[in-house]
Design a protein around this ligand. Structure first.
Ligand code: ZN
Length: 162
């Protein structure tokens, strides 16, 4: 078994929705990012790559490469999963925390878990997504942006694909 940890943050910008965990959330602001700015899937992607010691998102999807402009973060996670599959890893479980002052995300967490479970090909019970505010402190508390942390467990498949 191998453990991985990921962190990501994004700045709010003009817009009318947020993408978090693959779910579109109506909001009075958007995200300033190269892709869809999905902070949770980016943290998850870094955790998956980190667990396999395969580097980070920036290595595989550099924001200097125009071919990755506006790439869906779900597609990024799918490509990482392909790579992990080639390296004979499957996902054990995921635990993630989103830190955001507003909007309240509680009612979206189940949909995020379902989406992530599909991406990772695991059961819903293997995916935990939590949310908290930053108690109005600092840049998250003053609603300048959003952050997410993710931890994953990878399991080495007993059957080699080679
Ligand atoms: Zn990001």
């Amino acid at each position: 078994m191998r453990i991985g940890f990921g962190y990501d943050s994004h700045r709010f910008a003009n817009g009318d929705h947020l993408m978090i965990g693959g779910i579109k959330i109506p909001h009075g602001k958007g995200i300033n990012a190269h892709s869809d700015g999905d902070v949770l899937l980016h943290a998850l992607g870094d955790a998956l790559l980190g667990a396999a010691a395969l580097g980070d998102l920036g290595t595989y999807f550099p924001d200097t490469d125009p071919s990755y402009a506006n790439i869906e973060s779900s597609e990024i996670v799918r490509r990482i999963m392909n790579q992990l599959g080639n390296a004979a890893y499957t996902v054990g479980n995921v635990d993630a925390t989103i830190i955001i002052e507003r909007p309240r995300l509680a009612k979206y967490l189940k949909a995020m878990r379902i989406h992530i479970a599909e991406l990772l090909e695991v059961s819903l019970q293997a995916v935990s997504v939590k949310v908290k505010t930053n108690e109005k402190m600092g840049w998250i508390g003053s609603e300048q942006g959003i952050a997410a942390h993710a931890a994953v467990l990878l399991i080495t498949s007993s059957i080699s694909p080679f």
